[in-house]
Design a protein around this ligand. Structure first.
Ligand code: 3HC
Length: 286
């Protein structure tokens, strides 16, 4: 199956990164947000990222203009009818995703593949909101933030995902320049399954008073050569997102490794969500 037109539903941090990378790889992209204000913010994010690439000499102005030409922005979900593949990157809420997939199932052509960028919600549960004929064409396509920089794409095979769908998604992901890994449909898939308990542990050790957050972050960065320490990375991911993934894992596995530490829960309750709110383990200019 040939993919020519790709829909991206949701143009937040992840959706805008996905739309940019897909358009930069030569596909036509239709981006949908729920209202004009969010659409405008998403557009600005993509424009700023393209401008940065031009300034850094990674992209010519002509190529950036061509990428922009391939992008269409809309608030109308019906426009997804032109898509061979739709990638969903909306809020991490099972009911919202199921509602969207049920609608996409009726709007998109029968051959279209529907993918979710979820980090923690079951692909099988999302696919269950679609018709029996569509379910083999539903899978997880989990990108990493910042999407234009991170070289990995994790594909997630739901219970009913067809081999052909997986093969098409693999070829598509490789055409974006990403390296593909394939995971079973369990909360956290591969990467978050290993990452989240480590971040939760780091928060527990901070609560215990092991060392300062700066020293723990420096230890991980310089001792392990990670680009970010655990608190910097938690702030970068978003503490609400981290808590959501941890809770989903704990619900599934009932293992204390995945139990969110009280400090994380309190920070989220206080609105200290990390970079996006200007304050998390560290403070940020907004
Ligand atoms: N969009 C496009 N390019 C970006 C970017 C963005 N948002 N942010 C950074 N870049 C590019 C820069 O242009 C620069 O490119 P160059 O080296 O070719 O000039 C390069 O990335 C490095 O950027 P900077 O020099 O500005 O900053 P850093 O060296 O501090 O790198 C970072 C920033 C790439 C974010 C790095 O700190 C990093 O890799 N951090 C870890 C990120 C990570 O682990 N992400 C995964 C999170 S988990 C996840 O997403 C899963 C989810 O389910 C939770």
């Amino acid at each position: 199956m040939t993919i020519q037109t790709v829909g991206v539903v949701g143009c937040g941090q992840m959706g805008s990164g996905i739309a940019e990378v897909v358009a930069r790889s030569g596909y036509r992209v239709i981006v949908r947000e729920v209202n004009d204000a969010l659409l405008e913010r998403g557009q600005q994010r993509i424009r700023a990222s393209l401008e940065r690439a031009v300034k850094k000499g990674k992209l010519s102005q002509a190529d950036a203009d061509a990428v922009w030409e391939r992008l269409t922005f809309t608030t109308t979900l019906d426009e997804m009818r032109a898509c061979d593949l739709v990638i969903e990157a909306i809020v991490e809420n099972k009911e919202a995703k199921q509602e969207l997939f049920a609608a996409l199932d009726t709007i998109t052509p029968p051959h279209a593949i529907l993918a979710s960028n979820t980090s923690s919600i079951s692909i099988t549960a999302i696919a269950a909101a679609t018709s029996e004929a569509r379910r083999p064409r539903v899978l997880g396509m989990h990108f990493f933030n910042p999407v234009p920089v991170m070289p990995l794409l994790e594909l997630v095979r739901g219970l009913e995902t067809a081999e052909e769908t997986l093969a098409t998604a693999r070829a598509f992901g490789e055409s974006l320049g990403k390296t593909i890994i394939v995971a079973k449909d369990n909360p956290g898939f591969i990467v978050n399954l290993l990452l989240v308990p480590y971040l939760l542990d780091a928060i527990r050790w901070l609560e215990y008073g092991l060392a300062t957050r700066e020293d723990i972050d420096t230890g991980v960065k310089l001792g392990l050569n990670h680009p970010m320490g655990p608190y910097e990375l938690s702030d970068f991911i978003g503490l609400d997102t981290l808590l959501f993934i941890a809770d989903a894992m704990y619900d599934e596995f009932r293992d204390p490794r995945y139990a969110a530490p009280p400090l994380l829960r309190r920070m989220v309750a206080a609105g200290h969500l990390g970079r996006k709110s200007g304050r998390g383990f560290y403070e940020y200019q907004r």
